[in-house]
Write a protein that binds this ligand. Structure first.
Ligand SMILES: [Zn+2]
Length: 176
């Protein structure tokens, strides 16, 4: 039932023994799309908005970095508190407050790799009881979830936005 209609991500395909390595690998996947853009034309593509209100590649990538960091904090809350309910990250406000559009793609690639490595490292130490701990996840609507689902959903965010990014890169004007 937990399959994304847009990107095809199936939560059941990513059990605890694989989700950790897949999360860690997001750094390489994002680096390939960000840290290879060294001409000014290629950098322009990272700022391209396919339509009003749709994020650029740079903004999607910054969002993923912040999701990885926020999910790590939520993970620790879920491991300590009983059924914590998580505060929102205010994704659209944050894009402005953290100046996503002004980020340097090479530095951002390093930050995503670090953030992905940090949550993967934290998850790699969990035992069966920890993976089964419960939390209240409020997006898209409040629902009780497990730590395993939290990890799978974090991976889905990373994979889904790679899908968004590749769609933009393949449609952007002036691409190679
Ligand atoms: Zn998806």
């Amino acid at each position: 039932m937990d399959i994304c209609e847009e990107c095809g991500f199936d939560y059941e395909d990513h059990p605890t023994d694989v989700v950790v390595d897949e999360l860690a690998a997001l750094g390489v996947a994002y680096g390939r799309r960000l840290a290879t853009k060294d001409s000014s034309r290629e950098r322009d593509v990272l700022h391209y908005h396919p339509a009003p209100g749709i994020w650029s590649v740079l903004e999607y990538a910054c969002h993923v970095r912040d999701v990885l960091l926020a999910q790590r904090e939520r993970l620790f809350l879920a491991l300590v508190e009983d059924r914590p309910s998580f505060a929102p990250i205010y994704r659209d406000r944050r894009a402005v407050l953290a100046r996503y559009e002004d980020e340097d793609p090479f530095r951002l690639a390093d930050e995503i790799a670090m953030a992905a490595g940090l949550i993967a490292w934290a998850l790699a130490g969990l035992d069966t009881t920890a993976w089964a701990r419960r939390c209240i996840y409020n997006f898209p609507e409040p629902a009780e979830r497990s730590v395993e689902w939290l990890a799978q959903h974090t991976l889905h965010e990373g994979v889904h936005h790679l899908f968004d990014i590749d769609r933009i890169l393949s449609s952007a004007p002036g691409r190679r």
